[in-house]
Write a protein that binds this ligand. Structure first.
Ligand SMILES: [Zn+2]
Length: 155
């Protein structure tokens, strides 16, 4: 993605440049992005060797819900704030920084919804932290639901 590279020559006419870079969803391996994502970039040359980058990264991950295992789009807007020195050839490529920001932002236990009922639609967490069973169950379903309630209470 050459739009994520800035050069000393980019700052000949301005101290600050802005770019909106649309990156393909498969730009980085193993990042499970749902669609193309956007890097809203502001680069300000602070001195002859250093550039301060700000802005944000907007898009969505394609994740599996930790409770019901259904796939869903998890939207993100990650702030950018770092500074980097030009390399020997007078360029800075921020692709690796963007990749790392995306990587550390992925939720460890993503939920499709705060009230997701899980695989069986067993429990709904209420504000008080109680679990409300959905009714009309046979003996087996009731047993499984009780097991789920016990498991969920351990968290
Ligand atoms: Zn879910």
């Amino acid at each position: 993605m050459k739009e994520l590279i800035v050069k000393t020559s980019d700052f000949l006419n301005a101290k600050c440049i802005r770019r909106k870079v649309v990156c393909p969803k498969d730009a980085f391996e193993g990042l499970c992005l749902d669609k193309d994502f956007t890097v809203n970039l502001r680069a300000e040359k602070t001195d002859n060797v250093n550039v301060y980058f700000s802005g944000d990264i907007e898009g969505a991950y394609r994740l599996s819900c930790a409770r019901c295992l259904e796939g869903f789009a998890c939207f993100f807007k990650i702030p950018i704030s770092f500074d980097i020195d030009f390399d020997g050839s007078g360029t800075i490529n921020i692709a690796e920084e963007v990749r790392q920001l995306l990587l550390i932002d992925i939720p460890a236990k993503p939920l499709c919804d705060d009230n997701c009922g899980g695989i069986l639609g067993v429990a709904q967490v209420t504000d008080g932290g109680d679990y409300n069973c959905i009714s009309s169950e046979t003996g087996d379903e009731l047993f499984i639901k009780e097991k789920w309630k016990q498991l969920l209470k351990k968290d």
